[in-house]
Design a protein around this ligand. Structure first.
Ligand code: ATP
Ligand code: MG
Length: 560
C-alpha cells in the first residue's frame, strides 16, 4: 500500500508505542446485503494494513438488527472476501456473540447514572432532539433513579414491553452541538424477529454506535477504520468506551468510494434486486463483488484498482473507466485470445476446395509467448462479423466490401466478389469471396497490403453460443441527479443488457468452464457465466470492451 494519511497515523502510533507496537484492524460488514466495490476498498485497506505491519485483521459481522439481516448475506460476504483473496483464518467474529457482554455494559452505564430508560416514542424522541440550530430538550424520563432504570431495562429484556414503547438512552448532553451526543438510543426492543444466530433469545438489541466501539474494544482492535460519515459518531465512540473505562481503539475515517454510473448503497442495490431491475445481487451489471465476479472481473484487477485510487480524507467520485481499465490491463496479460463472431454473416470461399479443412496455427496471447498456440479450423464456409462488411463503405471503413481485399486472421487474404441479399429486406445474407492460396498465414508474397484483418470462425466447426452484452446500469453519470419526486431508478438504463442467442465461437473453447476468461479478438473480454452455462454449452458475459472500437471512430467521422 502506498503511504497515506492512515499509514502515517499508524507509523506515529508505533513510534510512541501507543498500542504496545501492535496493529490490529477489522472489517465489520453488516449482513444486510451483498458486498460492493466500495467494500472491496475497505477490505483491502483493513487486511492490507494488517499484513503490511505484520498485524491482524478480523472479519466481524455487525449483526445487531435481526429485521434486516440474513444468513444468505453472511454466506455471500464470506465467499466474496475469500474470492478477493483475503484470509481471516480463525478471526471470524459476530457482534451478536457479544450480546451478553453488551448487556452487561448497558447495566454498567445505568449503574453509573450514565444511561436511562426513556418512554418517549420515536417521533417524540426526534422532536426532543432539536436540530443543528436548535438545542434539544431533555426527556421527562431522564432523571429516573438507577433502581427504576435497572428494573425497567431488565423487563425490556424479558419481553414485557412492546416494540418501540421504551428505549435505553445514553445520558450525555441534550444541548451538544453534535446531535449524536444528544442522549442517543443505545438499546431498543425488537420482540417479534428471529436473529440468524441467537434466534428468539433476545427481545432487546443494541444500536450500532453502542455495539461497534465495544466490539472493537473486546477484540483489542488498535485502529478502527471507517468511512467519513462516521466522523460525527467518533465522540460517541469515545464517550461510550470512556464511560465504561474500557480499552480504547482509535477510530480513523477515510473517504468512501463513489463511482459514476452506479450506486453504492446496499439499500439502493436491494431495491434494484427486489423491484426486478436486475436479476439478482449477482447480476453482472451490479457493482457488487458477486456481480463483478460473474461479469468476469478478476480479483487482481479489483485489488489493483483499489491500490491505484489510494486513500483520501475527502469524498470524490471515481470515473468507472478507471476500474474498467484496471480490468483491461490485467486481462490483456492474462486472458487467452480466441475468435468469436457475435452477429454472424456467412461467407463462402468459392475457390476453396469443398470438404477441405485446414488446421491453422493461432497465437493464444501475443503478450505472453508461454501461452503457446492452438489450431483453428478453416474451411470453405465461414462466419464473419456482420459489422465487418459494408456494401457501400463509408470513408475510413477499410474492412470488407464488394471488390475489396482483406486479411482473415491467421489465414488468407480474401476478396468479396458477390453479395447475396434477402429478397424482402435487401440485407446481405451471404457473401461470395475468393481467397489467394499464396497468402496462407496472412502475408502476400508480392508484398501487397490490405488495410484490415478480420476475425472469423469456420461455419462447420463453430459452436453456437449465447453471449450477453452489458452496458452501464444507469444512463446518467450521477444516477441521483433527478427532478423533484423522482428517484435514482428513473436513470436506470433500459438498454443495459443485450442478449445475443446465436453467436458462433471457435471450437477450442466449447468446453470452457464457468468463470474462464477470454479475449474475443477485436471485440473485448468475455467470461463464461457462472450460473447459466452447461458442459459443452458455455454462455458468455462481456466483461469489458477493448479500448478502441469502430463505434468511436465512426462517431469521430460523423462529427467531422
Ligand atoms: P452501505 O451504505 O452500502 O449500506 P454500509 O457502510 O452500511 O454500506 P457496512 O456493511 O456497514 O455497509 O460496511 C462495512 C464496512 O465497509 C464499513 O467499515 C464501511 O465503512 C465500509 N464501506 C461501506 N461502503 C463503502 C464505500 N463505498 N467505500 C469504502 N468503504 C465502504
Ligand atoms: Mg453500515
Amino acid at each position: 500500500m502506498k503511504p497515506n494519511f492512515i499509514t502515517e497515523i499508524i507509523d506515529e502510533d508505533l513510534k510512541t508505542n501507543k498500542y504496545g507496537g501492535k496493529v490490529h484492524t477489522r472489517f465489520p460488514p453488516e449482513p444486510n446485503g451483498y458486498l460492493h466495490i466500495g467494500h472491496a476498498k475497505a477490505i483491502y485497506l483493513n487486511f492490507g494494513i494488517a499484513s503490511q505491519y505484520g498485524g491482524l485483521c478480523n472479519l466481524r459481522f455487525d449483526d445487531t438488527n435481526p429485521t434486516k439481516e440474513e444468513l444468505e448475506y453472511v454466506e455471500s460476504i464470506k465467499e466474496d472476501v475469500s474470492w478477493l483473496g483475503l484470509k481471516w483464518g480463525d478471526r471470524l467474529y459476530y457482534a451478536s456473540d457479544y450480546f451478553p457482554q453488551l448487556y452487561e455494559c448497558a447495566l454498567d452505564l445505568i449503574n453509573k447514572g450514565k444511561a436511562y430508560v426513556c418512554d418517549l416514542n420515536a417521533d417524540q424522541i426526534r422532536e426532543y432532539r432539536g436540530t443543528l440550530t436548535k438545542p434539544g430538550k431533555e426527556s421527562p424520563y431522564r432523571n429516573r433513579s438507577v433502581e427504576e432504570n435497572l428494573d425497567l431495562f431488565m423487563r425490556m429484556k424479558n419481553g414485557e414491553f412492546d416494540n418501540g414503547s421504551r428505549v435505553l438512552r445514553a445520558k450525555i448532553d441534550m444541548s451538544s452541538p453534535n446531535i449524536n451526543m444528544r442522549d442517543p438510543v443505545i438499546y431498543r426492543i425488537i420482540k417479534d424477529a428471529s436473529h440468524h444466530r441467537t434466534g428468539n433469545k433476545w427481545c432487546i438489541y443494541p444500536m450500532y454506535d453502542f455495539t461497534h466501539c465495544i466490539s472493537d474494544s473486546i477484540e483489542r482492535i488498535t485502529h478502527s477504520i471507517c468511512t467519513l460519515e462516521f466522523e460525527n459518531n467518533r465522540p460517541l465512540y469515545d464517550w461510550v468506551l470512556d464511560a465504561l473505562g474500557a480499552y480504547h481503539p482509535q477510530q480513523i475515517e477515510f473517504a468512501r468510494l463513489n463511482m459514476d454510473y452506479t450506486v453504492l448503497s446496499k439499500r439502493k442495490l436491494l431495491e434494484l434486486v427486489e423491484k426486478g431491475f436486475v436479476s439478482g445481487w449477482d447480476d453482472p451489471r451490479m457493482p457488487t463483488i458477486a456481480g463483478l465476479r460473474r461479469r468476469g472481473y478478476p480479483p487482481e484487477a479489483i485489488r489493483n484498482f483499489c491500490d491505484g485510487i489510494g486513500m483520501a480524507k475527502f469524498n470524490s467520485t471515481i470515473d468507472v473507466t478507471v476500474l474498467e481499465n484496471a480490468v483491461r490491463d490485467h486481462l490483456n496479460k492474462a486472458a487467452p485470445r480466441v475468435m468469436a463472431v457475435l452477429r454472424p454473416l456467412k461467407i463462402v470461399i468459392t475457390n476453396y476446395p469443398d470438404g477441405k479443412i485446414e488446421e491453422l496455427d493461432a497465437i493464444n496471447n501475443p503478450e505472453d509467448a508461454s501461452m503457446g498456440t492452438r489450431k483453428a479450423p478453416f474451411s470453405r464456409e465461414l462466419y464473419i462479423e456482420r459489422d465487418d462488411f459494408r456494401e457501400n463503405p463509408p470513408k475510413e471503413f477499410f474492412r470488407l466490401s464488394p471488390g475489396r481485399e482483406v486479411r482473415l486472421r491467421y489465414a488468407y487474404f480474401i476478396k468479396c466478389v458477390n453479395v447475396v441479399k434477402d429478397k424482402n429486406t435487401g440485407e446481405p445474407i451471404e457473401l461470395h469471396c475468393t481467397y489467394d492460396p499464396a497468402t496462407r498465414g496472412g502475408d502476400a508474397p508480392d508484398a501487397r497490403k490490405v488495410k484490415a484483418t478480420l476475425h472469423w470462425v469456420s461455419a462447420l466447426h463453430a459452436v453456437e453460443s449465447e453471449v450477453r452484452l452489458y452496458e452501464r446500469l444507469f444512463t446518467k453519470s450521477n444516477p441521483e441527479d433527478v427532478s423533484g419526486g423522482e428517484d435514482f431508478k428513473v436513470n436506470y438504463n433500459k438498454n443495459s443488457l443485450e442478449v445475443i442467442r446465436s453467436a458462433r465461437i471457435e471450437p477450442a473453447i466449447k468446453n470452457a468452464k464457468p468463470l474462464d476468461r477470454y479475449q474475443f479478438e477485436r471485440l473485448g473480454y468475455f467470461c463464461v457465466d457462472l450460473k447459466d452455462s452447461a458442459p459443452g454449452r458455455p454462455v458468455f458475459n462481456r466483461t469489458v470492451t477493448l479500448r478502441d472500437t469502430w463505434a468511436k471512430i465512426e462517431k469521430r467521422i460523423n462529427k467531422k
